[in-house]
Design a protein around this ligand. Structure first.
Ligand code: ADE
Length: 252
């Protein structure tokens, strides 16, 4: 997969993309991530990437030309030819659709992702209208810019690419991969400050462990994110357990 990030603050990406799993995915050649300074696509002496808003008002707005030209540069074609379904041009903005695990899974099917990081009061509307294929928000709050948001999306996508996580780190049992939160995890020591690891995990009985994990995942989701339960695909056994949880909650 190829990922290009267009930003006015390229320095922000140096640390996060060099470290850990994303760094490893880069050195293994699974993903090629390039950061581009939008100022390199300006044409005036002052490398001006923003301007005052038409109609007045506070703040500055990011100009469309550097963004269009940067996208054309990384795609290698004119924007009118941009409708290749393997290419996504993603505008990071608080007005976008909220990012989810499902969206991350959709994006791993693409060959090329281009992220546009907005800044200042906003970005010229023509970028969202004519250039971006997607507009993504990472949540209902406003960041100083789209950079941190783009990092979040890139991280969630890259870890799903085949070969990035080892078998030990497998994504298959993540929270959300089955629409439930993940089950609890424990490691040595068996007893820590009088807190004991659940007996079943020490039993060696894989069938029982599997059942326990499912039940705990359901219980955790029921307590912390009941909204997810309504959308999850549940088995008959899960439904029975849910009835027991509700009973248990009612009786304190
Ligand atoms: N830029 C500013 N706030 C943002 C958000 N919540 N998500 C994506 N991009 C943003």
């Amino acid at each position: 997969m190829r990922i290009d990030i267009l930003t006015l603050f390229p320095g922000m990406f140096a640390g996060p993309f060099k470290e850990s799993i994303i760094g490893r995915a880069g050195s293994k050649g699974i993903v090629r991530i390039e950061i581009h300074d939008l100022r390199n696509f300006t044409r005036d002496r002052h490398r001006k990437a923003d301007d005052r808003p038409y109609g007045g008002g506070p703040g500055m707005v990011m100009k469309p030309e550097p963004v269009f030209e940067a996208v054309e540069h990384v795609i290698g074609r004119t924007t009118s030819l941009l409708r290749d379904p393997q290419v996504k041009v993603i505008l990071m903005s608080p007005q976008g659709k909220t990012f989810t695990q499902k969206k991350a899974e959709e994006l791993i099917g693409k060959e090329h992702l281009v992220f546009i990081c907005g800044h200042y009061e906003g970005i010229d509307e023509r970028v969202g209208e004519r250039l971006a294929t997607d507009e993504i928000s990472i949540g209902d709050y406003v960041l100083t810019g789209g950079e941190l948001a783009a990092m979040v999306v890139v991280d969630a996508v890259v870890r799903l690419l085949p070969g990035v996580l080892g078998a030990k780190e497998s994504a298959a049992e993540d929270s959300f991969s089955e629409e439930l939160l993940d089950c609890p995890h424990y490691t040595r020591p068996e007893v820590y400050r009088e807190m004991k690891v659940p007996e079943v995990l020490l039993s060696g009985n894989h069938e029982e462990i599997k059942k326990w994990r499912r039940q705990e995942a359901l219980w955790k989701t029921f307590l912390k994110r009941p909204d997810l339960i309504e959308k999850a695909e549940l088995t008959e056994k899960d439904r029975g357990n849910l009835r027991k949880f509700k009973e248990k909650q009612k009786n304190g």
